[in-house]
Design a protein around this ligand. Structure first.
Ligand code: ZN
Length: 152
């Protein structure tokens, strides 16, 4: 466990368990071929590095996979995000990205997040880790920008 990963020992035990479960068994992990968008994200503060793959059909996220290496919070956030995105349309994906970023930054947000994602909001009490949790979401937003540039 890296020094960064020790930070989550201060999280609520239930939240920590959810994060560690996603870290141990990441969902939608592995390259996706064929894909419509492939994009890389990097968080120099922690060394987190992810690659994101998207397949979009009729404006819906048909598949969303990731690979990479990072701390438990980054890997868990990526895993949870890919689960959340499946079947969402582009506007719905953007809305959830926006809500999650606002919540992590402690800004006012009209949407709440539910399920496993709630456990990540607890990370916000450790400012240095917020970028770890946000990396996949920022990367996904760039992936959607790239897809829209090519398809609109
Ligand atoms: Zn990290």
């Amino acid at each position: 466990m890296s020094a960064f990963d020790k930070g989550i020992n201060n999280l609520d035990a239930l939240y920590r368990e959810v994060i560690l479960d996603h870290h141990r068994s990441p969902r939608n992990f592995g390259p996706l071929q064929p894909n419509d968008v492939f994009i890389e994200g990097f968080n120099p503060l922690c060394g987190d590095r992810i690659e994101l793959f998207l397949r979009i059909k009729n404006d819906l996220v048909d598949a969303c996979n990731f690979t990479g290496e990072g701390c438990s919070i980054c890997m868990a956030s990526s895993s949870m995000m890919t689960e959340e995105m499946l079947g969402k349309n582009i506007a719905g994906s953007r809305a959830l990205i926006d809500a999650f970023r606002k919540l992590m930054r402690g800004e006012q947000c009209p949407l709440s997040v539910e399920g496993d994602l709630e456990s990540l909001v607890g990370v916000r009490q450790f400012p240095v880790r917020i970028k770890c949790a946000l990396l996949p979401w920022t990367t996904l937003n760039e992936a959607l920008d790239s897809w829209e540039r090519k398809n609109k």
